[in-house]
Ligand binder design. Structure first.
Ligand SMILES: Nc1ncnc2c1ncn2[C@@H]1O[C@H](COP(=O)(O)OP(=O)(O)OP(=O)(O)O)[C@@H](O)[C@H]1O
Ligand SMILES: [Mg+2]
Length: 352
């Protein structure tokens, strides 16, 4: 498992003032029957952080979430939420824990025949029995304002769009002022525009309420847009852990497979991937280089991607052998991260 620049990530991302771990997982093990579904997982999630858990179907993402809120037991290791061992909590302790954790689901899990108001009021009525009608009404309306659905309060849920339903799911999850929001594939049933809309809302509540978000997803776009850090799970094991943009800009082999960043390289010359980190993403790096060196390059592939609030990316260029040395020393001089990609030919002397 690889942890990249944790301290840098915390100070660079605006939640440096609050760094106490919200959740700490150590050597976590979980079996179903004889089958191991979580294997020796260790990581922590900081207060105020948006933490992504990604991986293919069956990787153990939902099981891991259920270990956090005590909906499932674990067989080894430790899960602590705000310093308390989840497996050792009494029933009363578990109730308290779950109250602090809102949950948002892929299928919304709403009462479809009830109206919007009743759905959001539900946790308030269950958990805070005895509150006056006026108090509940005020809180529900406050929540519906946050998710921008106040005008739909009397509408039946079954008449709403997927995006609207998920907004209600989020309002309901926020009803009891949780410290943590667990989102299990919250946008997987939505179209791309609606997904962006919901991601913006989640980003908004993270900042507004200093809420810690754990976001389970198999969609890499979601994790790139939303998450400060991410953990890649495969068959219950943690393959890599780190700051999202660092991992995607320079993906370890396991993430590369998940991220599907494979290209067909041009034979001959050298294929070089040039990364565009935050500080230089807006400069026309390649055209500057072409102009300065008076060279042209073939572009093999590349991508500009949105990571939270800025655009980053990489470009793969094919450089003729005779220019490789000049190009590589130019990139090194300019502090551009680069790497040679294809090594299946001996056409060029590979630079160090
Ligand atoms: N209650 C259960 N009993 C037995 N096996 C289970 C149970 N719940 C999950 N599993 C198994 O544990 C493994 C992890 O399942 P989990 O639901 O956590 O995966 P996931 O990463 O959330 O997948 P998906 O992306 O499809 O939701 C799977 O092999 C699954 O079949
Ligand atoms: Mg799941």
């Amino acid at each position: 498992m690889r942890e990249m620049d944790l301290h840098l990530s915390l100070s660079a991302r605006g939640y440096s003032d609050i760094v106490q771990p919200m959740i700490t997982v150590r050597n976590l093990e979980k079996h179903y029957g004889g089958k191991s579904v979580l294997r020796d997982l260790s990581f922590s999630v900081q207060e105020g952080e948006i933490f992504g858990i990604v991986g293919r179907s069956g990787a153990g993402k939902s099981t891991l979430l259920r270990c956090f809120n005590g909906l499932t037991t674990y067989d080894g290791g430790s899960v602590q939420v705000r310093g308390r061992e989840v497996g050792a909590l009494s029933d009363a302790g578990l109730r308290e824990l779950r109250r602090d954790m809102g949950m948002v689901f892929q299928d919304f899990s709403l009462m479809s025949r009830k109206n919007v108001f009743e759905n959001v009021a539900f946790p308030l009525r269950i958990w805070d029995a005895g509150q006056s009608r006026g108090t509940i009404e005020a809180r529900v309306m406050e929540l519906l304002e946050i998710v921008d659905l106040a005008d739909k309060r009397l509408e039946r849920v079954q008449n709403l769009s997927g995006g609207q339903k998920q907004r209600i799911g989020i309002a309901r999850a926020l009803a009891l002022n949780p410290k943590i929001l667990l989102c299990d594939e919250a946008t997987s049933a939505l179209d791309p525009d609606t997904t962006l809309n919901i991601l913006e809302l989640l980003q908004d509540v993270n900042v507004r309420f200093k809420l810690t978000l754990i976001v389970v997803t198999h969609q890499r776009e979601v994790v790139k847009r939303l998450c400060h850090r991410m953990l890649l799970l495969d068959k219950g094991a943690g393959l890599c852990l780190g700051r999202t943009e660092d991992l995607f800009l320079d993906p370890p082999e396991d993430l590369r497979r998940f991220a599907d960043t494979e290209y067909t390289f041009i034979p001959g010359g050298l294929n070089i991937r040039v990364m565009f980190p935050r500080a230089i993403s807006r400069q026309a790096v390649i055209t500057d280089m072409a102009r300065s060196l008076d060279l042209s390059f073939s572009i093999v592939g590349g991508k500009l991607e949105r990571y939270r609030d800025h655009v980053l990316g990489f470009l793969i260029i094919n450089v003729a052998c005779e220019h490789v040395e000049r190009v590589c020393s130019y990139m090194t001089d300019k502090n551009l991260p680069w790497e040679v990609l294809a090594d299946d030919h001996d056409a060029c002397q590979r630079p160090e």
